[in-house]
Design a protein around this ligand. Structure first.
Ligand SMILES: Nc1ncnc2c1ncn2[C@@H]1O[C@H](COP(=O)(O)OP(=O)(O)OP(=O)(O)O)[C@@H](O)[C@H]1O
Ligand SMILES: [Mg+2]
Length: 280
């Protein structure tokens, strides 16, 4: 069994002392090394707060968070924690700092005082891993949104982070940019990176090993995408949708067409309908 790379233990959080509202209420969640976890929840449910807590940008009001056994409240471990669990944000334009792609990717390791030869190697490998090596001499502002997000991801890879936390990385992208970023995330996960993806898109969440549903600062449901999305009524109660194909499959089942209630991909529904057709 893989180890837990992230442990969130009974964490509550409020943004200010005199605030009666908790942004997070007694949240517990463990994430295994190499796991791909998607977090869903409507606006204000606490997703970004949770991500910032894991990255030690915020500290728990109550409870504990450990990244690779390091307590996120431990000042001395701050940079090691941020390096182990790098974060990608929503807006691609707010994350790139240099005027040339490869300089941007080198920025993190340079700040850490990594040996220049080693930096060169890490930058090249990271850019290749996200499919942006050919663009290494370009100015980032001329790239598409999807390409910029891939550069932001390369910047994290250059730090040798084991875990990548992405807070709605595709929210500002067009469909082709979204696909580029999702393909990159899936590939990195296959290569062993732990992924924590916050998203509003169901078709992105179905790619995860585990889906976590948040509402009102709490975790309400979790399981494999199939386990979670078959509960259409409950998910809608949290202001969320299920994949359209899940809803369509359940509507067909209600009409007496014998398809499964936990279909999450178009291909699965097509396969089941073809099987039924063969039986007629
Ligand atoms: N800087 C802040 N100061 C005070 N309250 C905040 C702050 N940031 C978020 N909150 C509150 O904390 C709660 C959780 O917010 P959070 O940003 O974590 O939600 P979210 O799930 O990421 O939402 P979204 O989908 O809109 O990004 C909300 O009630 C929000 O209003
Ligand atoms: Mg958010």
């Amino acid at each position: 069994m893989a180890n837990d790379i992230i442990k969130i233990e009974n964490v509550s959080f409020k943004y200010s002392e005199d605030d009666n509202n908790l942004a997070l209420k007694e949240v517990s969640l463990n994430i295994k090394e190499g796991e791909f976890v998607a977090i869903l929840g409507h606006n204000g449910s606490g997703k970004s707060t949770l991500a910032k807590l894991v990255n030690s940008l915020l500290l728990p009001t109550e409870g504990k968070i450990y990244v690779k056994e390091m307590d996120t409240s431990d000042d001395e471990k701050l940079w090691e924690i941020r390096q182990s669990a790098g974060m990608v944000f929503q807006n691609p334009d707010n994350q790139l700092v240099a005027t040339i792609v490869e300089e941007d990717v080198a920025f993190g390791p340079e700040n850490q005082g990594v040996d220049p030869k080693e930096i060169r190697q890490r930058v090249d490998e990271s850019l290749k891993a996200v499919g942006m090596y050919e663009y290494r001499k370009r100015p980032p502002h001329l790239l598409s949104g999807g390409q910029k997000q891939r550069i932001a991801i390369a910047g994290i890879l250059a730090l040798n982070s084991e875990c990548i936390i992405l807070d709605e990385p595709t929210a500002m992208l067009d469909p082709s940019g979204r696909k580029e970023v999702m393909d990159t995330i899936k590939l990195l996960n296959k290569q062993g990176k732990t992924i924590l993806l916050i998203t509003h898109y169901m078709d992105e969440a179905v790619e995860a090993d585990r889906v976590v549903i948040m509402d009102n600062g709490q975790i309400k449901m979790q399981g494999t995408p199939k386990e979670v999305f078959r509960n259409v009524t409950e998910i809608k109660r949290y202001g969320l949708d299920v994949p359209q194909v899940t809803e369509l499959s359940q509507a067909l089942a209600l009409e007496g067409i014998n398809v499964s209630g936990d279909i999450i991909r178009i291909k699965e529904l097509v396969n089941e309908l073809c099987q039924l057709k063969l039986k007629i």
